[in-house]
Design a binder for this molecule. Structure first.
Ligand code: NAI
Length: 396
């Protein structure tokens, strides 16, 4: 079959397996020539390792200097009569192929990270492939729903402001159109459910499960990703439902840090830069900021994607012979370049001038759209998209 990009709103409905492999290969090439990770972990569990930051972390740790073996958990779809399969599914296959070629263990476990059974499956995989212990646990799940472990009822996350209505633009990648939207304030229930889905509770239950099964190695660390952003994004992010969930995640990092201190390890919430990923294009009001941010950071030569962020995190911050650098709230700041005042002054000025008519010219819409297409395996010059793909060969 011939696979073309189909986008509905901000959701890609198709993904190209060869393009996804190309995206993985480009990231591998980047980390191989980057500043290497010198004191890194050897046995890594990544929960949410099939795309975005989780995949980039997996690539950096395997190919970027410390030659880690990895077990990754993700929720992805294989090709079926319902569709061609998700990008993360093809990323998993591509990553495994290239990691195994270099003699690395690369285990892909697909299923619901929130479930108790999947945690038991992972403990078993750690026994089988890692001689029973992990050195690093990365929690990188981005999800809209989580089943209540007691009742099975679904908690749903809502991306909304709190105690105010907020207006901003959403950009539909489907037809490159800009839409002014007003988001009404979240109800208390929506705010609470967002904390259940995107806060720290499930991260903690993973670490607890691994402590209880004696799967934590001496010196084991755990990280999860957060976002803070500049003041101009606070109404929709930090002061809204997602921000509340992230504050919960930050608090969880402190209790996990105490638990892992028993193993001479540590836990850190890591604040990353705003980037185009499958998850972030969903956040209404954030797209104009990302268009302006990309434009300015590219001009200043400080722009990073997921892979640059992850390589820098491990090589310069988490695995050096010095103490892990943290701010006064014990957060690792990978958004340091994003929040630099010179960058933010220029971003704010540019954002103020963006409109439905000029955002494609003034902001980096081309870069934004290209990155989105590439997340789904499209837009690579080296791939001939007119050639049919034998999709059945990707069904494992
Ligand atoms: P993504 O959508 O690219 O990746 C999410 C991962 O979670 C995928 O591997 C997916 O398969 C997995 N996943 C989702 N539901 C699952 C489930 N039920 N069971 C197992 N796996 C599941 O997302 P992205 O953007 O990389 O986000 C990862 C983390 O980074 C999130 O906590 C997000 O808030 C945070 N972050 C994202 C930023 C951005 O601009 N994209 C900025 C700062 C932090």
């Amino acid at each position: 079959m011939i696979i073309e990009p189909i986008i509905k709103g901000v959701v890609a409905k198709t993904a190209h397996p060869y393009g996804c492999e190309q995206a993985v290969l480009q990231q591998i090439e980047y980390v191989k020539q980057a500043n290497p990770i010198k004191h890194g972990p050897k046995r890594v569990l990544i929960i949410g390792g099939s795309s975005g930051f989780g995949l980039a972390a997996r690539i950096a740790l395997t190919f970027g200097g410390c030659q880690a073996d990895t077990i990754s958990v993700s929720y992805e779809h294989a090709p079926s009569e319902k569709g061609v399969g998700s990008a993360g599914y093809f990323n998993n296959i591509a990553f495994q192929k290239h990691a195994q070629r270099e003699g690395r263990i690369a285990v892909n476990i697909q299923g619901d990270a929130f479930s108790k059974q999947l945690k038991l499956d992972v403990v078993e995989a750690i026994e089988t492939y890692f001689e029973g212990e992990v050195d690093l646990i990365i929690y990188s799940v981005a999800s809209g729903v989580r089943p209540n472990p007691e009742t099975g009822e679904l908690w749903r996350s809502a991306i909304k402001p709190i105690d105010q209505d907020v207006s901003g633009a959403t950009i539909l990648l489907e037809d490159d159109s800009w839409h002014e939207t007003t988001l009404t304030s979240a109800t208390e229930k929506q705010a609470e459910e967002t904390i259940k889905v995107m806060g720290g509770e499930d991260w903690e239950s993973w670490v607890d499960a691994l402590i209880n099964s004696e799967s934590i190695a001496q010196g084991c660390k755990t990280i999860a990703f957060s976002y803070v952003g500049p003041e101009l994004t606070h109404p929709i992010y930090l002061d809204g439902t997602l921000g509340r969930a992230k504050i919960d995640l930050h608090q969880t990092s402190h209790s996990l840090n105490l638990k892992l201190a028993n193993f001479d390890g540590g836990a850190y919430a890591t604040v990353c830069k705003a980037l185009v990923t499958k998850a972030s294009v969903f956040i209404p009001g954030l797209s104009p900021y990302i268009l302006a941010l990309y434009k300015i950071m590219k001009e200043q030569g400080t722009h990073e994607g997921c892979i640059e962020q992850m390589q820098r995190l491990f090589a310069d911050k988490l695995y050096t012979d010095k103490k892990v650098p943290v701010d006064c709230e014990r957060l690792i700041r990978m958004d340091d370049w994003e929040l630099c005042s010179d960058t933010q002054n220029k971003v704010k000025a540019l954002m103020d001038s963006l409109t439905a008519e000029n955002f494609k010219e003034l902001g980096d819409y081309q870069g934004y759209k290209q990155e989105f297409l590439r997340l789904n395996g499209f837009g690579f010059d080296s791939i001939d998209y007119s050639q049919p793909v034998s999709i059945d060969t990707f069904v494992k």
